[in-house]
Ligand binder design. Structure first.
Ligand code: PEP
Ligand code: MN
Length: 374
């Protein structure tokens, strides 16, 4: 899509104090004193923060929770940012929020996961921003749907915004995991593959949901080459009015940032040749895997024709159970994890069923098309 290729690099609007680009601040602005104390304490603890955040309007899953102070809090974060010389960002969810935030002097806007899921809401926000090239960061939707995420970014690009970034905050799942919102790194990686120019900022706070997960998730984000982090920090996290469990003190924020290992490439020309040889070998292996899978599916179709001819069902659960247990045993012996083998074989099995169903349906169509001969 043409518009998405016009997105400017992060460095054109987010003046980073080195790599990665760090956004920090409380989940919510609660009181003027809390905003100022948090912001002052952040800049005293670390010089690595490049932008401040605070939620003014809070999208809460359930009613009757703290829904943000609202417009009254806007001047607090703007003034605190001015005092320490850092730009500020707030979440907007309606055209009214956009108007109020821009009027108050907010530098950068973001939309939350609960807004990105709604194309109507995103379009209303985009329409309100037509002709205003303010930087906008788009959090991923709550559900693991890359198209919805890209769609929201496109809606802003279509009205002329060029300073856009994606925020990866993890995805909601019904199953309970150690994460509040599991990272599902394959989704931002696919976003990066498709649109290498869209900056990606990772939010380990909403992803992890607890303080202890912020450090490892931040390191993973940096190891994957994403450009920045958005970390919730509060002067008194235990007493925070929202997301208390995942907010860290400015001191702990500083420790997290100091521990981050940011690898600077030291690869020589010779090293690059070695790397490209390895990559050529990987490509050859991938081709081999694909050829074998193609051959396997061809055999599945032959078996499908046999099953059809002998009135056997496509899915034979005993055979399937044997395939999986054999694969687990063999896969573990060659150094693969059980989880990977199970997932891999589920995909192979689905593809195989698809091919056999095709064979079954072809026959059915052929039979249906036969003239009724009595
Ligand atoms: C937030 O950043 O405070 C927030 C509400 O996040 P999310 O939209 O990712 O849930
Ligand atoms: Mn929060």
């Amino acid at each position: 899509m043409k518009e998405l290729h016009q997105i400017e690099p992060l460095s054109s609007w987010a003046k980073s104090k080195g790599h990665p680009f760090i956004v920090a601040g409380p989940c919510s602005a609660e009181t003027e004193a809390q905003v100022f104390e948090t912001v002052r304490s952040i800049v005293q603890s670390t010089s690595k923060v490049s932008m401040l955040r605070a939620g003014i309007w809070k999208p809460r899953t359930r009613p009757n929770s703290f829904e943000g102070v609202g417009v009254e809090a806007l001047p607090w974060i703007v003034a605190a940012g001015k005092e320490v010389g850092l730009p500020v960002t707030v979440e907007v969810a309606s055209p009214e929020h956009v108007e109020l935030a821009l009027k108050a002097g907010v530098d950068v806007l973001w939309i939350g996961a609960r807004t990105t899921v709604s194309p109507f809401a995103v379009q209303e926000l985009a329409d309100a921003l037509r002709g205003v090239d303010v930087p906008m960061m788009v959090k991923n939707p709550i559900n693991p749907d890359l198209e919805l995420w890209v769609g929201a970014i496109e809606r802003f690009a279509n009205v002329g915004l060029t300073k856009l970034a994606a925020i990866h905050r993890g995805f909601s799942t019904y199953e309970k995991t150690i994460y509040r919102n599991p990272p599902m790194w394959e989704i931002p990686i696919e976003l990066r593959r498709r649109y290498p120019n869209i900056p990606i900022i990772v939010d380990p706070s909403h992803m992890g949901g607890t303080r202890d997960l912020i450090q490892p998730l931040s390191q993973q984000a940096i190891d994957m080459g994403f450009e920045g982090l958005m970390i919730e920090s509060h002067c008194n996290p235990d007493k925070a009015w929202s997301d208390a469990k995942q907010q860290v003190t400015p001191e702990r924020l500083a420790a997290i940032l100091n521990h981050l290992v940011v690898r600077q490439s030291k690869v020589s020309e010779d090293g690059l040749h070695v790397l490209s040889d390895y990559r050529a070998r990987i490509d050859r292996i991938d081709n081999y895997i694909l050829d074998l899978l193609g051959e396997r599916m061809g055999l599945s179709e032959t078996i499908g024709a046999f099953k059809k001819g002998n009135d056997l069902a496509i899915h034979q659960s005993e055979r399937w159970a044997k395939i999986v247990s054999r694969a687990i045993e063999k896969g573990i012996a060659v150094g693969l994890t059980k989880e990977f083998i199970i997932k891999l074989f589920q995909h192979i099995h689905n593809e195989s069923i698809f091919h056999q169903t095709k064979v079954f349906e072809q026959d059915t169509v052929a039979n249906d098309q036969k003239p009724n001969s009595i």
